[in-house]
Design a protein around this ligand. Structure first.
Ligand code: SF4
Ligand SMILES: [Zn+2]
Ligand SMILES: [Zn+2]
Length: 453
């Protein structure tokens, strides 16, 4: 899931095929888009799109190119539009001394005026900044724009400048230009700023990423954001999935996009994941539950645990998915009865079932549940998490105490005996010896997999 934090889909460039462009963006896993206004007309156009599609939000602003239009009546009209419920930011505003299409004095007045408006309305700012690095920072400081923060889009500076921007409470917007040069300025920016401040954008219809440009695509579109995410992954060494997860969360926080309703079933990579509980008998320090409620745009924080009936309804025809996975935003075997009922039904309907588990089931139920699991699942993926009991206890803080690691190993053995396909996994974090863990898994006879940290 990705968020395109800056684009202009209301422009006439899309009049022939706007629906198709939006469809392609959704198919490319673009969860939300923020359509940016740069004068009254495009602000209205952005609002119209946001009223039509619940995954499109809008901003209200006056671009520095048009800043000569800024006066009291303009300001009043923009501020009225900015109070529309689908507006999530003020801008794009800022300074552009490269083209200087409006006099500098007008640009500065308009920029200051929009910062004050953003503060009055409590909305973040979308800042456009070209050849005006110093002036933009001074105005941010003089106007106290850090109070609302926002994003500096199409990031114009180097890593040192990015630090200044982040220190003032702003996010850094990275788009197509990062795909033009490997190991260039933007790669260093992406690599060095705090990850929570990184957001992705396309600025469609402009700034087409290199891979699409190379194929002769002149006009940019939101689906091409996947190339930006891939370039950021390459520049930072993060996995693509981590870039997607992190930047999606950042964008939602930046624009105050409300967390969606909790999901009990969600599709990813061709599989259907089931979120049946948030309870767990471990407290792993790397657990995603402690970092975010929203994963790839899905809210996984349950308000109540779903019934077997609700889960089966959400699954529908399981043969549409590679696997139906009981997964780890909590430990699924704490709800063994529901897991067994749903798993059996899915297999009867021709689906394949995997259970991602911490391997505590036999401790939780005080009996060997592997044979029952083997009726309800094809495979289990057990979080081995460590090469020894000491490391396991330190990083997972199991509620069953120091013997838990041995029980997890025993669970792996019993699962194999019951005929399940078994994978043992560890998370790649510095505390864990991956190779030693691999040896433990192999000795037990399980497959081995390293999960992202
Ligand atoms: S076992 Fe999984 S769900 Fe439980 S605390 Fe650890 S990482 Fe989180
Ligand atoms: Zn811009
Ligand atoms: Zn723009």
């Amino acid at each position: 899931m990705l968020v395109d934090t800056h684009l202009h889909l209301d422009l006439k460039d899309y009049n022939q095929d706007r629906e198709a462009v939006i469809e392609r963006a959704r198919a490319a896993a673009v969860r939300y888009m923020v359509n940016i206004g740069f004068d009254l007309k495009t602000t209205r156009g952005s609002i119209a799109l946001a009223e039509k599609y619940d995954f499109i939000y809008a901003s209200a602003g006056l671009h520095p190119h048009e800043a000569k239009l800024w006066n009291h009546s303009f300001e009043a009209e923009l501020e009225e539009l900015a109070q529309h419920p689908r507006i999530v930011a003020i801008g794009e505003t800022g300074l552009d001394y490269y083209r200087n299409l409006s006099p500098k004095g007008d640009q500065i007045r308009s920029f200051r005026g929009q910062i004050r408006m953003a503060k009055r309305l409590g909305l973040p700012l979308v800042i456009h900044n070209r050849d005006a690095l110093d002036d933009v920072l001074s105005i941010i400081d003089e106007e106290g724009a850090g109070e609302v923060g926002g994003v500096m889009h199409c990031f114009p500076g180097d890593a040192d400048y990015a630090r200044e921007v982040v220190d003032r409470g702003f996010h850094v917007g990275i788009g197509g230009p990062i795909t033009l040069e490997k190991n260039g300025r933007l790669a260093e920016v992406a690599r060095t700023i705090p990850r929570r401040r990184l957001v992705l954008e396309t600025d469609s219809p402009w700034l087409t990423p290199q891979p699409q440009k190379g194929k002769g695509r002149r006009r940019n579109e939101p689906a091409f954001i996947v190339s930006v995410a891939a370039a950021v992954a390459e520049a930072t060494g993060m996995s693509y999935a981590d870039v997607a997860r992190q930047t999606t969360g950042n964008a939602m926080r930046l624009y105050g996009i409300k967390t969606p309703r909790p999901s009990i079933a969600y599709e990813m990579w061709g599989n259907l994941y089931l979120n049946i509980t948030n309870r767990c008998t471990n407290e792993c320090e790397f657990c995603i539950r402690y970092q975010t409620d929203v994963l790839w745009g899905y809210n996984l924080r349950l308000e109540r645990e779903p019934s077997a009936k609700e889960l089966l309804e959400a699954i529908g025809d399981p043969t549409r998915y590679g696997e139906v996975v009981f997964c780890g935003y909590g430990e699924p075997t704490v709800r063994l009865d529901v897991l067994l009922e749903v798993g059996r039904a899915v297999r009867e309907a021709g689906g394949r079932v995997r259970v991602d588990t911490n391997g505590h089931a036999n401790l939780i139920w005080n009996r060997n549940v592997a044979p029952e699991l083997a009726e309800a699942a094809d495979a289990v993926s057990v979080s081995l998490n460590a090469e020894s009991a000491e490391v396991y206890e330190r990083i997972c803080k199991p509620s069953f105490g120091p013997d838990t690691y041995d029980h997890v190993k025993a669970f792996i053995r019993e699962s194999l005996k019951a005929g399940l396909e078994v994978t043992a996994s560890v998370v790649s974090i510095p505390e864990v010896d991956i190779e030693a863990s691999r040896r433990v898994a192999t000795e037990l006879g399980a497959e081995f997999r390293v999960r992202g940290g």
